[in-house]
Write a protein that binds this ligand. Structure first.
Ligand code: ZN
Length: 269
């Protein structure tokens, strides 16, 4: 599943390519035909990412403004390229295009029109997003620090922190040597402050590069400027392999329906 950095990257890319231009919208598959009709021919005035939610703001008309809300979910993806756009194929939910660029959306969990109230309601349900400058980490700690739930489950809860996915949560806890099973209320405020800062740094790097790297150079098998795929993580998808720091076998277990990875020695408590 795309994590917050991917969605923020898309927001920036779509802003670069489409903002200020009149956008043609269509739903070749038909499932968003009504929504595409509303958006078609409007000018894109801005984009916004909040956690894993992507919002496109279109110019208002007599009938009001229009906001496109997209959540990619597990399988959704955008494909983007220069004009001319290819023949529509497959389950193409939405195509946005201007005279220079096109972007195709397939397989999203949500692709719908929002009014400003729906946007407010969505943002009101989400925890702070580490990639947004307006994020307040205290709001997240208010929930974490009073919960008996395992910190690994809390970090995946979008009402607590918006934008973290399976990779960042596993890697973040490893980097701070925190057991994923520790109850949230046993996390000290200064530990949360350190986690939040690190998360911001890691996710911002993810926005810049387009991929996640959490390993420090001294823990990689090869020294390279851009770490090889197998060198990017400490524990994520490394079950059965030796921990990069202590050599213990990395473990995997299902937690709230997703695979959790951790080092039982480095993250003992
Ligand atoms: Zn270890």
């Amino acid at each position: 599943m795309p994590e917050g950095h991917t969605v923020h990257r898309l927001a920036r890319q779509h802003l670069d390519l489409f903002a200020g231009t009149v956008v043609r919208a269509s739903s070749p598959q038909g499932r968003f035909a009504g929504g595409a009709e509303v958006l078609d021919g409007r000018r894109l005035v801005g984009t916004e990412a909040y956690g894993k939610h992507l919002l496109h703001h279109f110019e208002p008309r007599e009938d009001g403004g229009a906001i496109l809300h997209v959540h990619l979910g597990l399988y959704g993806a955008f494909t983007t390229g220069p004009y001319p756009a290819p023949e529509p194929r497959g389950a193409l939910r939405l195509r946005l295009a201007n005279e220079q660029w096109w972007t195709d959306l397939r397989g999203p969990t949500a692709c719908e029109l929002f009014d400003p109230l729906a946007r407010e309601q969505l943002l009101g349900r989400l925890g702070p997003d580490p990639l947004r400058d307006d994020a307040d980490p205290v709001l997240a700690y208010n929930r974490i620090g009073t919960s008996r739930t395992a910190v690994a489950a809390l970090l995946m809860d979008q009402r607590v922190v918006a934008g973290i996915g399976n990779v960042y949560r596993a890697e973040l806890l490893f980097r701070h040597r925190i057991s994923p099973f520790r109850p949230g209320r046993d996390l000290a405020p200064e530990e949360w402050t350190a986690l939040w800062r690190d998360l911001r740094t890691l996710m911002r790097a993810g926005v810049r590069s387009g991929y996640i790297v959490t390993t420090r150079p001294e823990h990689r098998s090869r020294r390279r400027v851009a770490p090889a795929r197998e060198d990017r993580f400490y524990v994520y998808r490394r079950a059965g392999l030796p921990c990069r720091v202590c050599g213990a076998e990395v473990r995997r277990q299902e937690l709230v329906g997703r695979n959790l990875y951790w080092c039982p020695r480095c993250q003992a408590s």
